[in-house]
Design a protein around this ligand. Structure first.
Ligand SMILES: Cc1ncc(COP(=O)(O)O)c(C=O)c1O
Length: 447
């Protein structure tokens, strides 16, 4: 007799047998078989072969509609023909020149106008950009301490690896081994959407805060918007106590035409951009006020990198920002995202289940809860057992809905109305299964 399998995790395993074999092989050569802890996955990750448009294909031959999009880095979709063409042309003329590349100036001007900053410097990853932004803020203010928020992620450098996804109850939880306490002494942690928590830290160190760094829309604990006037309150505090505001727009920068700063009509002292701005190639930006950026230079404040502003990334970023991620394109993907949100809300009504959707432009997240969390502590109280069941069932039904419990969906310009209709149909099935079949997986911090 054939046994009917309904456990979403078993269904995942039945579908991805070759990935399991590769994972076992990879684990002999790479810790956990992956190249980034964020790709660790229970019971093993899917190994992909290729992508095109909104689809990706794995080693078992499964085709998935991709809403992960390289953790939001691929709003242009996979293998966009114009980007493929530009990469071909660019590589024929060298991928690294050592001196400055002429087209970098055009990109600097575009970023300056689009993101309302006076000056920019380019690096390759989001991690580098936030690391440099913090150094610049310290050099400018001649102060040591920074404030970050619990649940916010700013990359994999020591001073920001604190309280990212703490599973422990302590108030200060380093997010990695190997970081000396002395390094973290100058990193203070506040609670998102809690103005008093920021004010308290500032008043305790009135002359020591160099900067506050934040994801202006929190996108590493699901998706949590800032409450009304919260950001404005922080800007006022920064003015009063002479510290800088850094918007880490590595994720948010690609969601709206001028990022979160433009969306909320604010002008931070420094911003960082990465992910989607270079159409899937590694490029990051530190941008900000002229006075602040001017501390960078030989003999003063360090900023360097062999691959910084390499011709390949610069050319693809120019194509991405000028031709692909236009105002109209971003409007279109937001509209599709709104349809997806509506689809989930209808499912919640039809199935009479507590489900809340939070959406910001082309990205959104579903919570199995009556209301949306407003900070990390509320986020961690959510029902993840139902979420995991929904998540693995979606993958079984060929949809990669988001990268994990603390991520969100992203819609690319390659997604279609049919993709969304298909997503909603499968989500209804997945949520019906999840109502009855919970998955009790351990949450772990993928730092
Ligand atoms: C808000 C934010 N900042 C910084 C980073 C680090 O970027 P990267 O992975 O390119 O180093 C990330 C990565 O997910 C991020 O989400």
């Amino acid at each position: 007799m054939v046994e009917l399998v309904s456990d979403p995790l078993k269904l995942y395993e039945l579908k991805t047998r070759k990935s399991k074999v590769l994972f076992e092989e990879a684990s002999s050569y790479m810790p956990f078989g992956v190249s980034s802890n964020y790709r660790c996955f229970e019971p093993y990750p899917i190994y992909l072969k290729r992508g095109k448009g909104s689809k990706v294909w794995d080693v078992d031959g499964n085709e998935y509609t991709d809403y992960i999009l390289g953790f939001g880095a691929l709003e242009v979709g996979h293998a966009h023909p114009r980007i493929v063409e530009e990469i071909r042309n660019a590589t024929e003329e060298s991928t690294i020149l050592g001196f400055e590349y002429e087209k970098t100036i055009e990109l600097a001007k575009i970023i300056r106008n689009r993101y309302n900053v006076d000056m920019v410097r380019f690096s390759s990853t989001g991690t580098e950009a936030t690391m440099h932004a913090i150094r610049i803020a310290r050099a400018y203010t001649k102060r040591k301490k920074i404030i970050k928020f619990e649940g916010h992620y700013h990359g994999s450098h020591d001073q920001v690896l604190l309280n990212i996804n703490p599973m422990k109850k302590e108030s200060r939880v380093p997010s990695s081994l190997g970081i000396p306490e002395e390094v973290l002494v100058n990193t203070l942690v506040a609670e998102w959407n809690n103005y008093e928590s920021v004010e308290k830290l500032v008043k305790a160190h009135p002359n020591d805060i160099a900067a506050i760094i934040m994801e202006p829309v929190a996108m590493n604990m699901g998706l949590i918007l800032p409450e009304k006037d919260f950001l404005k309150g922080i800007f006022d505090l920064a003015k009063e106590y002479n510290f800088l505001v850094i918007f880490d727009e590595v994720k948010t920068g690609g969601k709206f035409y001028s990022g979160a700063a433009g969306y909320y009509g604010l002008k931070p002292d420094l911003i960082t951009l990465a992910k989607s701005i270079a159409g899937g190639l590694p490029l990051s930006v530190i941008g900000g006020r002229k006075e602040v950026m001017s501390v960078i230079g030989p003999g003063s404040t360090a900023h360097g990198g062999t691959f910084n502003a390499n011709p390949l990334s610069i050319r693809v970023a120019l194509v991405t920002l000028k031709e692909i991620l236009t105002q109209q394109a971003l409007y279109k993907i937001s509209t599709l995202s709104e349809k997806l949100q509506k689809g989930y809300e209808d499912i919640a009504d039809d199935l009479d289940i507590d489900l809340t959707v939070v959406r910001w432009g082309p990205s959104g997240m579903i919570y199995f809860s009556e209301k949306a969390p407003k900070n990390y502590k509320e986020f961690m109280k959510l029902d993840f057992q139902t979420w995991f069941s929904y998540f693995y069932y979606m993958i079984y039904r060929d949809i990669l809905p988001m990268a994990g419990f603390n991520e969100q969906w992203t819609i690319s310009i390659a997604h279609t109305e049919d993709d969304i209709i298909d997503h909603i149909e499968k989500a209804e099935e997945a949520i019906k299964v999840a109502k009855n079949e919970k998955l009790n997986l351990d949450l772990f911090e993928a730092f």
